[in-house]
Design a protein around this ligand. Structure first.
Ligand code: NAD
Length: 706
């Protein structure tokens, strides 16, 4: 950070974190800022202060999460918050007006700094994102955000930003009065200084802001009305998450309430205390761990000793559910993609799907109509193999049949360059088998996406026996470019996620077979925190697909994972394929789930008459996952516990506040897990016998994570 004297008494405080692409706040920087503010206050000729970033398209992307995580206890966390609050209070108390020029990310502590200024100006560029994402880490803004934002923009808009962590572009920020002006990127600094001068000339009075409707002010000022609004917000939040699992939004509501009921100093004190309290929760620890691990995983070359090749052109073969989604994702990064299928309808449907994803973004103001057309222009379609000679990477997503995948590979290999990489999106076939007859098996790699492609952040990258490090590195780097978190997985049946998921889903089906109802099985797992229950999930995936994957896994691992097969097969035989066929475990009307299908119980030959406590059901289904995850580690399917936990959270929605199956096991205690598994094994079968890794860990008193 440096202080630059400007013209006519406007001094500039310039942020530029060395060796980083983003500016982040940390203890050192806050100390420096504190000193600089002392200097500024002492300058008699200063008429205004401009805060800006030396990095283009950047302001401050927030507090360094590593430093947040380093707080040893709640007390230290609260003190950390108070330090930031004190420094920003100094900005607010400067006798001269202050402004910040927001040309890019202005998040968390960055926005809190901006809120302490007299005025804020944002550029109209696409890099601008303004928000308070703290709740996504299980905490609340701690440098005054919960107090200053509501005072500036009002109760409703402040709650919207703080409770969701939503980010706004310049125009949207202007609409709620969060920034005072939006200007073209090229004029950002000039215009901010001009406005700052105007303010200084008026004796420091900020320009009049977009008027909020008078009734909103009334709501805020009249106690009972305000409490009504807050009570409704609490109810809406409670409908989304539970306070036990995710306390942060509920405590954020308390802090915002204080912004209207208490003087600033007391509100700030409450905010700091809440930060300390929340940072000591397991939820915050897990959410922060997930955030940091995602970053670490992307940086960690995963033992691949080769640099990736740059991917400039891509082909996608197979334009079904997955291929269409993948093509959209590639084109979204402005990389030209050649999309091939043998059916014209599939190509047309894929184009429609891609357009749909972008249209949704246009509706939400995240994309311009013109940009949508540009992006559509990156996708070209074909029914033959033309246009493949120049691609660097082929992403194959044809049907899940070994012969078809081998044929496609053979046809493609004739057309593509020698160094082009072929990545297959198989969900269960070993990569080495697909590459079995390849001309250049070293260029064949697995890249397993999850459905829906544009939403699920995980991909599994699978090296076949003969895949070259360069090919694997290229696919991994490209996955990162697509915005995905790539977990490197050994080439083995079901890879990682589907293998653990199959153990879980089979347990769900066994419970059905024992007479537990469809609703009870699913409700137990949504109560645990899964986004959908296992049977609704099966319906989404398609029962035929699940049956196929289940068979592959049963063949490889026997009854430990299998066992749900007969019921699934009966369901498929009776024409129940899940949501796509209108009925599965549930019935579907217009694609919407409409209650369980009673006829299922005839197929199960069980009466749905057994009521077991939700905890009993959860224990069986969750520990089935934990045990299989441990076996996967033993088998070297992934390298470390981190990879398992991230993959399950990002690929299946395993409750983020629990941090993944292995962090959950750590929290229970490995000895407790082993004990419960042994009891389950005695009662229900050998599949529950604890993995030897778990028993070993108990002996050594180890946990999965330090
Ligand atoms: P899909 O049936 O929706 O699409 C497959 C497409 O491939 C069809 O449009 C078909 O016309 C086309 N095709 C068939 N033979 C072809 C050929 N020789 N050349 C070009 N195109 C051909 O299937 P999907 O669900 O998109 O699955 C594709 C792959 O992705 C499979 O390997 C599947 O296991 C895997 N996968 C699917 C999911 C999922 O949830 N659907 C998730 C992860 C991985």
């Amino acid at each position: 950070m440096r202080l630059e004297p400007g013209e006519e008494g406007i001094v500039q405080v310039v942020f530029d974190l060395p060796r980083r692409s983003v500016n982040l706040l940390g203890r050192d920087l806050l100390r420096q800022l504190d000193r600089i503010l002392e200097l500024v206050a002492a300058q008699e000729t200063a008429r205004g202060v401009l805060f800006r970033s030396a990095k283009p398209r950047m302001f401050i992307a927030g507090m360094d999460v590593d430093e947040i995580a380093a707080a040893r206890d709640g007390f230290e966390a609260s003190e950390g918050a108070r330090t930031g609050q004190r420094v920003f209070q100094k900005i607010a108390e400067l006798p001269i007006p202050t402004a910040c020029a927001i040309g890019g990310p202005c998040l968390g502590g960055g926005l809190e700094l901006a809120l302490a200024c007299t005025i804020r100006v944002a550029s109209d560029g696409p890099s601008v994102e303004i928000g308070l994402p703290e709740v996504q880490l299980g905490i609340v803004p701690g440098f005054g955000g919960t107090q200053r934002l509501p005072r500036l923009v009002g109760l409703g808009p402040a709650l919207d930003l703080i409770l969701t962590g939503r980010r706004l572009d310049g125009r949207r920020a202007l609409r709620i009065g969060l920034v005072d002006r939006v200007v073209p990127e090229a004029y950002l600094e000039r215009e901010t200084i001009a406005l700052l001068r105007e303010v200084a000339a008026r004796g420091g009075r900020p320009p009049s802001r977009r008027g909020r409707p008078a009734w909103t002010r009334l709501l805020e000022r009249v106690g009972p009305l305000r409490r009504l609004v807050l009570a409704r917000a609490r109810k809406r939040t409670a409908a989304r998450v539970s306070p036990e699992a995710y306390p942060a939004p509920f405590r954020a509501l308390d802090a915002v309430e204080a912004a209207f009921a208490l003087p600033l100093a007391q509100g700030l004190d409450l905010e700091a205390r809440i930060v300390g309290e929340l940072l000591s929760t397991r939820t915050a620890a897990n959410l922060i761990w997930i955030f940091r691990s995602q970053g670490a995983l992307k940086k960690d070359p995963a033992g691949i000793e080769a640099p990736p090749r740059r991917v400039r052109r891509v082909a996608v073969v197979g334009a079904g559910i997955m291929g269409g989604g993948i093509a959209q994702l590639v084109a979204d990064r402005d990389v030209p993609v050649r999309l091939k299928d043998i059916r014209q309808e599939a190509l047309l449907a894929a184009l429609r799907t891609a357009r749909g994803v972008w249209e949704e973004r246009v509706r939400r103001g995240r994309l311009l109509e013109r940009e949508l057309r540009q992006k559509m222009g990156f996708i070209s379609t074909t029914l033959d193999d033309t246009g493949l000679s120049k691609v660097d990477l082929v992403l194959e997503a044809v049907v899940e049949k070994l012969e078809v995948k081998q044929q496609v590979l053979a046809a493609v290999e004739e057309r593509i360059g020698e160094r082009a990489v072929f990545a297959t999106n198989t969900s269960s076939i070993p990569i080495s088998e697909i590459a079995g007859r390849a001309l250049r098996p070293e260029r064949v790699v697995g890249l397993h996406f999850f459905n829906p492609v544009h939403r699920m952040p995980l991909v599994e990258v699978i090296a076949g026996q003969r895949s070259s490090p360069e090919a694997v590195a290229t696919v991994r780097a490209f996955a990162i470019e697509l915005g995905k978190t790539p977990v490197l997985v050994r080439d083995s049946p079901g890879f990682l996620v589907n293998r653990i998921l199959t153990a879980y889903i089979n347990e769900a089906m066994r419970l059905l077979g024992e007479g537990v109802s469809v609703e009870a099985v699913d409700a137990a797992m949504t109560a645990f925190g899964m986004p959908v229950g296992p049977l609704a999930l099966l319906d989404q995936v398609g029962l035929d697909t699940a049956l196929h994957v289940g068979r592959v896994l049963e063949a490889a691992f026997g009854k430990r994972i299998g066992g749900g097969g007969p019921l699934l097969a009966a369901m498929v035989d009776s024409g129940r394929l899940g949501a796509k066929s209108g009925r599965g475990f549930f019935r579907y009307r217009d694609g919407r789930r409409a209650g369980p299908d009673r006829e299922v119980y005839r197929l199960v030959e069980a009466a749905a008459a057994r009521a077991l406590p939700a905890e009993t059901l959860q224990e069986r289904m969750v520990l089935a996952m934990v045990n299989e995850a441990a076996v996967c580690l033993e088998d070297g399917v992934v390298r470390e516990p981190r990879d398992v936990d991230l993959a399950m959270v990002l690929g299946t929605g395993f409750p983020p506040f629990r941090g993944g199956p292995l962090r959950y096991a750590d929290a229970l205690g490995i000895a407790v897990v082993c004990d419960r598994l042994s009891r389950l094994a005695d009662a229900h079968g050998e599949r529950f016998r604890p993995a030897s890794l778990l028993r070993e860990m108990v002996r050594q008193e180890r946990t999965f994570h330090p």
